[in-house]
Write a protein that binds this ligand. Structure first.
Ligand code: ADP
Ligand code: MG
Length: 251
């Protein structure tokens, strides 16, 4: 079951590292993400977007405050997609997707069906037995998206998932993510997308959180009212883009 996420008045300080002094990235950062919602975090590079994502993922601990879900964190099924696909080179495409499924998820035959249907969804069924080094960057990222959905995540975190890809490939993958998001046969997770692409945020998100400053604060929260499925060239996206840019520059 997807879950609300409450980022409860978080402080995050990174200790001094070599010549770099201690850094206060977040102070009393507080935000609530509703169950089943897709929120985009945007803001200048280095403002703390990945820090927020990593704290939600439990990959790092806040100095103060906490991230709360509706249930204890061990009962939350969480998937992360990074900029780099992070596949295992020695496993085939279908093994890379299936590896996240343990015996607790379902019987083997059902797991194989899950993997197969996801590979179809990401348009890679004919590459099921291929190894990652023989795939293009876009194909590899499609495998990592399939892997992220394989466990039916309650929370899906995406950290600049398309920014290493050329624009045409990125556009196809955004459409693919939208179609997985809208797929009624799948549980919709609560999503958090970090991106520096404002049009991508407008295309995918329900709300856009505009961050800025040091320590980072929330400059604006923009509700995207465009109905889904959305079209990547919908002029309404540019109006959202304009509002995000306005919020970013109002400092
Ligand atoms: P963004 O994702 O918005 O580009 P990050 O959250 O990655 O920003 O980083 C925020 C700030 O914290 C940056 O100044 C970065 O250099 C610093 N930072 C990130 N991770 C660490 C770390 N592990 N140790 C020290 N400083 C870090
Ligand atoms: Mg980042």
């Amino acid at each position: 079951m997807s879950s609300n996420i409450h980022i409860e008045s978080i402080e995050k300080r990174y200790p001094a590292r070599g010549a770099d002094p201690e850094k206060l990235v977040l102070r009393a950062f507080d935000f609530r993400i509703r169950s089943g919602e897709l929120v985009a975090l945007v803001g200048p590079s280095g403002c703390g977007k990945s820090t927020v994502l990593n704290l939600i993922a439990g990959l790092d601990k806040p100095t103060r405050g906490a991230v709360a879900f509706d249930r204890p964190v061990d009962a939350i099924n969480l998937s992360v997609v990074f900029q780099q696909p992070r596949l295992l080179d020695w496993l085939s495409v279908q093994e890379n997707v299936g590896i996240v499924l343990t015996r607790s998820h379902a019987a083997l035959s059902q797991q194989q069906a899950t993997v197969r249907s996801l590979l179809e969804k990401v348009e890679l069924p004919e590459h099921a037995n291929a190894y990652p080094q023989f795939l293009s960057g876009g194909q590899r990222q499609r495998v990592s998206i399939a892997r992220a959905f394989a466990t039916t995540p309650d929370v899906l975190l995406l950290d600049e998932p398309f920014s290493a890809l050329d624009e045409l490939t990125a556009r196809r993958l955004r459409l693919l993510l939208q179609s997985l998001w809208l797929d009624e046969s799948r549980q919709r997770p609560t999503g958090v997308l970090v991106t520096h692409n404002m049009l991508e945020a407008a295309f995918l998100a329900d709300r856009i959180v505009v961050m800025g400053g040091t320590p980072a604060e929330i400059r604006d929260v923009i509700q995207v009212e465009i109905e889904r499925p959305r079209h990547p060239d919908d002029p309404a996206l540019f109006e959202v883009h304009r509002r995000v840019m306005e919020a970013l520059q109002s400092s």
